[in-house]
Design a protein around this ligand. Structure first.
Ligand SMILES: [Zn+2]
Length: 331
């Protein structure tokens, strides 16, 4: 016997194989009390129910007579793929510790790898927390930046030449240009809530990083960084302590080790599962890593999935927005 909601992948596959169960699950997360709201005129299902058109699996609005399905205003909208596929892909995405590739999703659900890639890209958007508020920082916040991407010194000679030629003409080539293909990420980890924020930043200049930090951490918090120049003058707003990485990595409570762990996990996943990630897509991969990290304690696979599902409303990413190309058929 299944309990009310599944807690393992096997149970989830069985549970969501029923289309009506999928519709109910999404409706419950999307609308208050699972009661459908017309996307056109925003009439809620009150005394007079929206018509349920059983054959089309859609509602017809009582007021404006328009039809709508549970997929409207979700990442699943306009997709011919069944809700079952979407939900199982979401389950795997949030519960596979090391991430999941489009090939694995394709094998598990029977869809094409290209479709699976698109499914995953859209689902990553679900995992992004739009307005997460500031980190309270009661027990301090670790701050650190890192770079993702391969280094030219490891590239084949011909690729390196091609890259250098494409970056700048030789006469204006500078030391900095050698790093333009690497993408910078800034991370902040609240030690009390164990919550992490990480995002791609255009560069690691002082003004760029400090703007992010001031917008993310409550003033007056203890903060811990290394001695990078970008972090100087934060003392005006925070109790700032630094650790000199050329001498030691931990000085009592002054360290950025928890964040370093997150970096190594993220980099391992990027290398192992995803092989290659365009800088353009990196922000979404980060959202995925951050979601799993922030929701690892106090959740089981079932509740973690429910949490992700509760974030589906109003999030949609079209193929055009994702790739800048036309959407292929059947995706
Ligand atoms: Zn309506």
């Amino acid at each position: 016997m299944l309990s009310s909601t599944p807690t393992t992948l096997t149970e989830a596959i069985r549970y969501y194989s029923d289309e009506q169960t999928c519709i109910d699950a999404v409706a419950a997360m999307k609308w208050v009390g699972g009661k459908p709201v017309c996307p056109k005129c925003e009439t809620t299902e009150g005394e007079r129910k929206h018509y349920w058109l059983a054959a089309q699996k859609r509602w017809k609005c009582y007021s404006c007579r328009k039809q709508f399905s549970v997929k409207v205003n979700t990442p699943f909208e306009d997709s011919p793929l069944s809700l079952e596929v979407w939900l199982i892909a979401l389950w795997m995405l949030v519960n596979c510790r090391n991430g999941v590739s489009s090939y694995e999703i394709a094998r598990a659900t029977g869809i094409a790898q290209k479709s699976a890639w698109f499914v995953l890209s859209r689902l990553r958007l679900v995992l992004k927390v739009a307005d997460a508020g500031k980190l309270a920082g009661k027990e301090g916040v670790e701050i650190d930046e890192t770079f993702v991407g391969s280094q030219p010194k490891n590239w084949h000679h011909s690729k390196r030449e091609k890259h250098h030629a494409s970056v700048r003409p030789a006469r204006v080539r500078t030391y900095q240009n050698a790093f333009t293909h690497q993408t910078a990420i800034l991370g902040m980890l609240d030690r009390e809530s164990r919550e992490i924020r990480a995002k791609v930043v255009p560069n690691v200049r002082k003004e760029t990083l400090q703007k992010e930090i001031l917008g993310t951490i409550e003033y007056g918090s203890d903060i811990y960084t290394d001695q990078a120049v970008a972090y100087t003058t934060l003392r005006d707003k925070y109790v700032h302590q630094t650790v000199n990485h050329s001498i030691q990595y931990v000085n009592g409570s002054v360290h950025t080790n928890s964040l370093e762990n997150f970096w190594s996990l993220t980099k391992r996943n990027l290398k192992g599962t995803y092989v290659a990630v365009e800088p353009f897509h990196l922000d979404r991969y980060l959202d995925e890593q951050v979601f799993r990290f922030n929701n690892r304690i106090g959740y089981n696979d079932g509740t973690r999935f429910q949490k992700a599902l509760s974030q589906v409303g109003g999030k949609r990413l079209t193929w055009m927005e994702l790739t800048g190309k036309m959407q292929p058929k059947g995706v």
